[in-house]
Design a protein around this ligand. Structure first.
Ligand code: FIX
Ligand code: ZN
Length: 430
């Protein structure tokens, strides 16, 4: 099927009514394709149900999501310690009262809770919390996982898997039977950012490493990475980095990257995901909600990509101010794949801006979104909100194309949307 306008001359001869109905037709098509294309959620903090209570779900978990906790503290005098002493349901009650009853839940995180509830078919309203809780108590987890994935239209969810989390490691050590919809990503923050502590763990697991990171220690780190590759079969390795991250630098992060992680990535073909810009514990009293962001110096990323053109890098950055620079680096290095609107950028105004910028500088050679969900139900709102934005943006972009006379087909739109929603990432990893 052909959409849009044959040429500028044709456009000139169309009445404004014809133009808008043509755009509406295109919008309808793009909407149908974007909504019906299953996505791969390439970065989340969700778990395969076999990991037990590591998989969070339900209304109370949604309400105590750290995005909401940070917002609730803005409007309450409750001392931090008092909040943390409450049990989960009491914390959730407090957030509900503060953000949903005493004021309108306009922020993206609040709206997100309501979108997820609404798509699950629940009535929302200030007095509905007990009924919502009751509904969640009645949901069998197995069917709830499928329901959330269906409502978000996800074909796969990539977890964040840390060998340094004892609860998670314990499950891996039992060689669990896994749900294949959940893919794996190997998280390396302690290894790259806190060698003192990580080194002790590696030692206790039988790797012969020393504090000074001798050559043989780096070989042992590679052996550790290989063992975890065998154990969990990750899609990629990942680390979140502060805005001050620099490379090369005279520190253990550079040493471990250069002599262990990058050689391992080169040999295994696994990409390394760099998530740059998080300032941890800006306000430690807020616990997980206390992290902030800063503008990074992306020269570090440029150096990594330039020095290691046979190694694949994935990258997302937290600061709005870094986004254009990141796209330009993407244009220079085909060993770099840019993904998602991370955390503080995952709000409609910035998703819109970033995705437009990326389409304009990179075409469709990036992954439009990841959810970063920590609570299963959140995939519903995160993907529904993002798809809405993609539909409007792509309609704009295809309208511009068709105005040049370029013929658009369903197949071409479908191919592009597939790429933006995960196929491009999979291709990059191959
Ligand atoms: O480093 C990360 O993977 C971050 O996404 C998280 O640490 C962060 O707390 C988060 O949940 C952001 O969405
Ligand atoms: Zn994350």
């Amino acid at each position: 099927m052909f959409y849009g306008f044959h040429s500028v001359a044709h456009l000139m001869s169309m009445t404004s009514e014809q133009i808008s109905s043509s755009r509406a037709q295109l919008h309808g098509k793009v909407q149908q394709i974007v909504q019906s294309t299953p996505a791969l959620d390439m970065h989340t903090h969700l778990y395969d149900p076999v990991f037990g209570d590591l998989l969070l779900y339900g209304i109370d978990e949604q309400l105590i999501y750290h995005y909401l906790v940070a917002e609730a503290f803005r409007s309450t005098d409750m001392p931090y310690e008092k909040f943390w002493q409450l049990d989960k349901q009491e914390q959730a009650d407090h957030v509900w009262k503060t953000l949903f009853m005493d004021r309108s839940p306009l922020s993206e995180a609040c709206r997100g809770v309501l979108t997820s509830l609404n798509k699950l078919g629940l009535e929302t309203g200030a007095n509905q919390l007990p009924a919502i809780r009751q509904w969640f108590r009645e949901q069998p987890l197995e069917s709830f996982v499928s329901q959330c994935m269906d409502l978000a239209n996800l074909r796969a969810i990539c977890m964040t898997n840390s060998p340094f989390d004892p609860q998670e490691k314990n499950v891996w050590d039992q060689n669990p039977t896994r749900d294949e919809r959940f893919l794996t990503g190997l998280r390396l923050d302690p290894l790259l950012l806190d060698w003192n502590d990580a080194g002790k763990h590696l030692k206790s697991w039988g790797y012969e490493v020393d504090e000074n990171l001798s050559d043989s220690s780096c070989q042992e780190i590679i052996r550790f990475l290989n063992d975890w590759k065998q154990k969990i079969n990750p899609l990629y390795l990942m680390v979140s980095l502060p805005p001050t991250f620099s490379y090369p630098a005279n520190d253990t992060t550079t040493k471990i990257l250069k002599e262990a992680v990058i050689p391992f990535c080169r040999d295994s073909g696994l990409p390394l995901a760099l998530m740059i810009g998080v300032k941890r514990a800006v306000n430690p009293s807020l616990q997980l909600a206390g992290d902030g962001l800063g503008r990074a110096d992306l020269v570090a990323l440029e150096s990594l990509c330039a020095e290691n053109q046979d190694v694949k890098f994935l990258c997302t950055v937290l600061s709005r101010e870094n986004q254009q620079e990141l796209c330009v680096i993407g244009r220079k290095f085909r060993n770099l794949h840019i993904f998602g609107c991370w955390w503080f950028t995952n709000i409609p105004s910035i998703i819109e801006e970033m995705t437009r910028l990326r389409l304009e500088l990179l075409g469709t050679s990036f992954t439009a979104q990841h959810s970063d969900a920590r609570v299963l139900d959140q995939v519903i709102y995160k993907w529904n909100h993002s798809r809405q934005i993609m539909i409007d943006l792509l309609t704009d972009k295809y309208t511009h194309l068709s105005q040049t006379g370029w013929p658009l087909t369903d197949q071409a739109i479908q191919r592009d949307v597939n790429n933006l929603l995960g196929a491009g990432f999979e291709e990059f990893c191959r």
